[in-house]
Design a protein around this ligand. Structure first.
Ligand code: UD1
Length: 454
């Protein structure tokens, strides 16, 4: 069975383009949330399948629009895919030198991950420059410079990156690469490329994110020789070929963190599993500082015990620092926490676009450059708002849960990129929220009783 975009969107009907999310704040939540597989790990591991000519089975793959786009890109490159629920079977035996279509690549930055495995396995690759979230320039020069250090000729023509390994055996060579910045994507591209290279590759100042470790574990399960993933130096000893595998993706730490904030902002006790508590250390520590406790109930289960929310300062940093992908959600929490908080976004420029929308809900936030100063207010009030990027969308959902009255969130395509069944999961906890098409939207003052939630 081949995947189609429609199938994933129907799981979250009505579809992202013309749907709105309506929610009524003020209810407390209760119960347990099942955390899905990690989007960012699934996307890069799917690209990693290009390294291997045999059958690969991936488990715990979330049903998301981004995953579907990556599946379509892999199909365009010649990969056979079959999905049954959260299990994805892939076979990249017959990949060719075709180029992924720009329309797909432009919608998914992670599609650029294909360049490393394609170059390593085929000796050449053509990948359009990527698009992705609207959160800054997001260049790829660190990926390109690393591939050049491994012997690739790389040129950019007409928006397409052409990479080729010169010489008779078309094999990349091991190299010592020092990244100027611990870029997650560049670390992953270079690690994949090095698995099939001739000799040893050192990636220094590597990203230490759990998704990098997951990719390394996946590659190792195919026979790759990788050491040090999760530290600042990763050493990869190239092998001639890799074999098939059966691999399960780690739980999504950002989805888990989002539900932890949902507990804190609605003063609700929630449990979450499966999670890897270590992956959430920065979020757990910051929540404790703000006022909520996180109890490890079992090795893969957390309980959030809410308290009085107070101001705290946040600076986003590469892992193990506070994740930029949690910045918007914590900002939502701090808008209703007592006192004045400072949030510095150091990883991406232009990642404070949710500020204007939170202000529409009554938040007191001032922005200076990449710093937001948030003064807690006693209550937010529901308003029509626009989701500007993936994590901003999640922040607006959280703010809406804590606001008086109805919040309507437009442009759900971002939310569908990264949260599996968010509406259903929230409803199960008792949140009053529903997804409706814009044309059935009733008045801006509709009550839950007037909606389909009756
Ligand atoms: C990944 C995640 C994203 C997360 C980010 C940081 C995926 C699919 N996405 O994105 O959710 O927010 O890590 O944790 O895994 N940079 C350069 N040159 C480069 C590469 C990056 O200057 O060649 C800069 C970027 O512009 C950005 C910073 O480095 O300012 C971090 O980017 P990076 O770590 O590469 O993030 P992504 O891999 O794009």
């Amino acid at each position: 069975m081949t995947l189609s975009l429609d199938r994933i969107q129907t799981s979250a009907t009505p579809q992202g383009d013309n749907a709105v999310l309506r929610l009524w704040g003020g209810s407390s939540l209760k119960g347990h949330v099942k955390i899905s597989g990690a989007k960012n790990a699934a996307l890069v591991v799917m690209a990693g399948v290009l390294l291997c000519p045999q059958d690969c089975r991936l488990r715990n793959v979330p049903a998301l629009v981004d995953v579907e786009r990556m599946a379509q890109i892999l199909t365009a490159l010649g990969v056979k895919l079959d999905r049954q629920g959260n299990i994805l079977d892939l076979n990249a035996e017959h990949i060719g030198h075709s180029q992924a279509p720009y329309e797909l690549v432009s919608q998914l930055r992670a599609s650029f991950f294909a360049i490393g495995p394609l170059l390593a396995r085929l000796g050449s690759a053509r990948v359009p420059l990527p698009g992705g979230c609207a959160i800054g320039a997001r260049p790829v020069e660190l990926h390109v410079r690393g591939l050049q250090a491994m012997g690739a000729d790389v040129r950019i023509e007409g928006g397409v990156v052409h990479a080729e390994v010169p010489g008779r055996n078309s094999r990349l060579k091991g190299a010592k690469i020092h990244l100027d910045y611990p870029s997650v994507g560049a670390t992953e591209t270079l690690m994949m490329a090095a698995t099939l290279a001739d000799g040893e590759t050192y990636i220094e100042n590597a990203a230490q994110e759990p998704e990098v470790v997951d990719l390394a574990n996946f590659c190792r399960s195919m026979g790759a020789r990788i050491q040090g993933a999760g530290t600042k130096t990763i050493v990869i000893s190239g092998v001639p070929s890799l074999h098939g595998t059966d691999y399960s993706i780690i739980p999504d730490r950002i989805e888990a963190g989002t539900f932890m904030v949902a507990g804190a902002i609605t003063h609700s006790e929630l449990t979450l599993s499966p999670v890897v508590p270590d992956h959430l250390s920065a979020a757990i520590a910051k929540l404790r500082e703000i006022g909520s406790q996180t109890i490890v109930e079992a090795p893969d289960c957390l309980r959030i015990v809410p308290g009085q929310n107070r101001a705290a300062d946040i600076e986003t940093l590469p892992y193990p620092g506070f994740p930029t992908d949690m910045q918007a959600q914590f900002m939502a929490l701090l808008t209703v926490s007592e006192g004045s908080s400072t949030i510095s976004e150091t990883v991406f420029e232009n990642r404070l676009r949710h500020v204007a929308e939170l202000q529409r809900m009554g938040a007191d936030i001032r922005v200076k450059g990449n710093i937001a100063i948030v003064r807690g207010v006693p209550k937010l009030s529901g308003a029509p708002v626009l989701a500007t990027d993936l994590r901003a969308s999640a922040a607006l959902v959280l703010a809406g849960l804590a606001a008086d009255g109805m919040t309507t969130i437009k442009d759900l395509k971002h939310l569908d990129r990264g949260y599996e069944n968010l509406t259903a999961k929230m409803q199960q906890l008792g949140a009053k929220m529903e997804r409706v098409t814009q044309d059935v939207e009733v008045s801006e003052n509709a009550t839950p009783e007037e909606s389909t939630l009756k």
